[in-house]
Design a protein around this ligand. Sequence first.
Ligand code: FAD
Length: 371
Amino acid sequence: MNLSYWEIKSWLTDIDFTVIGSGIVGLSCALELRRLYPKANILVLEKGMLPQGASTKNAGFACFGSLSEIIDDLQNHSEDEVLELVSKRIKGLELLRNILGDNAIEYKQHGGYELFLKQDEALFEQCYNQKGSINELLWPLFETNVFSFEDNPFGFENIIERIGYNKFEGQIDTGKMMEALLNKALGSRIKILNNCCVDTVEEGNETVHINTTNFSLKSKKVFVATNGFANQLIEENIKPARAQVLITKPIDKLYIKGTFHLNKGYYYFRNIDDRILFGGGRNLDFKGEETTKFGQTELIQDKLEALLKSTIIPSRDFEIERRWSGIMGVGNQKYPIVKQLSNNVFCGVRLGGMGVAIGSSVGRELADLLE
Ligand SMILES: Cc1cc2nc3c(=O)[nH]c(=O)nc-3n(C[C@H](O)[C@H](O)[C@H](O)COP(=O)(O)OP(=O)(O)OC[C@H]3O[C@@H](n4cnc5c(N)ncnc54)[C@H](O)[C@@H]3O)c2cc1C
């Protein structure tokens, strides 16, 4: 790249901290570094025109786990671990709301619901029967019952007529949240370079050499926050997981309000701007969706549309306005990896489907590794 003397001097010289990835984690990490080191020269490198992973693509659920998700987590994790994860998600959401403010992210606590398809009778029974013990487990965090069941208030069809309810669940406007985070970073003298794909990160003598597709630079410390793309730079137990989404055109007098989980959370939908945003279906083709390539498949998109017609808005005419996908980072453990990789390189990755909730605190933890 034909960079000028000025470009190199002002943007690419004497860099203290370089953060790779400008999703929720990368930006939160950069902001925490600024708080800890007011004079530091902080650079964020982002391969997309906008943050191009999951943070600008997600469904905006401000959630800490549906009843079936928590029961499922208890199959693979101890009660203490599950409680800790729920607590992390609650504290992370508080942090996000404190940093950016509820108005800026359009936080609304409309409550969360869990629907059970008629063929999922066994799952419903399990959730219904375990509701009491899960409420007991979560009591230290909420000091009240979190989960209850109520009659189907939104006219959903082909489901069991009792649906799970959690008044503590909320939703945000994902675009506004990321815009606010980017503005905050820019206002905190953090430099963000877009369309910069980092190809390699190499430890040198006291500094880290960063090679991007177009230029190279040196930085004293590097923080990798590339989530689902992490294995392109570092070797950790993390796999990409694509998630597909669609959104309807505005629907007149839309009566559905809240965040909704279906089929153990493999499907999720919510209201936004008089529309339904609906995502999921990765369980139809786990292997095919283990990819860093953005895109949609007929298999999953057809299923989403079919569920809209049969279950979610069966009595309404609707049109699909847009479809997209995002890339998450997942692994065999439902915990993020936040650690030091070598003398001067650190990572905060593998956020799964929880990054709206835990992204800010993972970013903060990542920066705090320096202390
Ligand atoms: C469709 C969908 C729905 C979701 N819904 C929810 C939800 O409702 N609630 C919830 O809590 N979570 C949800 N999630 C998960 C949440 O969005 C993620 O956990 C979170 O955004 C992860 O943030 P991150 O900063 O770790 O990663 P990302 O947002 O993926 O950021 C990583 C960044 O690194 C950049 N990058 C990658 N490689 C390089 C490189 N080599 N050089 C430079 N830059 C690079 C990428 O372009 C990207 O911008 C959803 C995810 C998806 C995809």
